[in-house]
Design a protein around this ligand. Structure first.
Ligand code: HEM
Length: 174
């Protein structure tokens, strides 16, 4: 069945994950990363970071599973086969990269003994860069930022240039 909008559950999950991702990328890059591991505030920052990262992982997997059972609009058209393909691939790629981001964080947490540090039994390592998943976590963050920028540019192109009301499909309404 063809519908005009995405299901409200899909819409809600999309925007919750979008806001949480922007928060995590911003705070992770500009606050967490420059903070010394000896800083007494680092542990609570990391506890929140890990919790939100896990919430993002669960909501993203839930959204991918639910999407299979919910009616969704046809893929939007631009008039360019290349842009149409890019527009179809980008949300899927973003989902995969978000999952990889959360998983790399979990692997980093496990390798660096983050749970023990949060429990107060061991100190944090001097630097997380002693562990290779830290490098992957950082590279993924930059790649996701670039992909998000493309994703937002694509949405704006539809909204402003093509005026096809693409944004309304990812919002609530009848
Ligand atoms: C989708 C979820 C996540 C996002 C968007 C995210 C984002 C980030 C960002 C942007 C950074 C800074 C990277 C840099 O500038 O090089 C970072 C660092 C870090 N993240 Fe995540 N993260 C996520 C999930 C997790 C999870 C689940 C854990 C742990 C269980 C985790 C643990 C860490 C650690 C330990 C650091 C290193 C902080 C440092 O170097 O001092 N992350 N994360």
């Amino acid at each position: 069945m063809s519908v005009y909008r995405y299901h409200p559950v899909t819409v809600a999950l999309h925007w919750i994950v979008a806001v949480l991702m922007l928060l995590m990328l911003g705070v992770g890059t500009f606050v967490l990363e420059p903070m010394d591991n000896a800083d007494p505030d680092k542990l609570s920052m990391l506890a929140t970071h890990r919790l939100i990262g896990l919430v993002i992982l669960v909501l993203t997997v839930l959204r991918i599973v639910l999407r299979r059972f919910m009616p969704a609009p046809e893929h939007a058209k631009t008039g360019s086969a290349f842009l149409d393909k890019l527009g179809q691939a980008m949300p899927k790629l973003l989902n995969i990269f978000v999952i990889l981001m959360a998983v790399s964080g979990m692997v980093l947490g496990r390798m660096s003994g983050l749970s023990d540090a949060l429990a107060g039994t061991t100190p944090l390592p001097d630097s997380f860069f002693e562990f290779s998943p830290r490098v992957i976590h950082g590279i993924l963050a930059k790649l996701i930022m670039a992909m998000l920028a493309l994703h937002i540019l694509g949405a704006l192109y539809h909204q402003i240039m093509l005026r096809d009301g693409l944004f309304q499909r990812m919002w609530f309404g009848r």
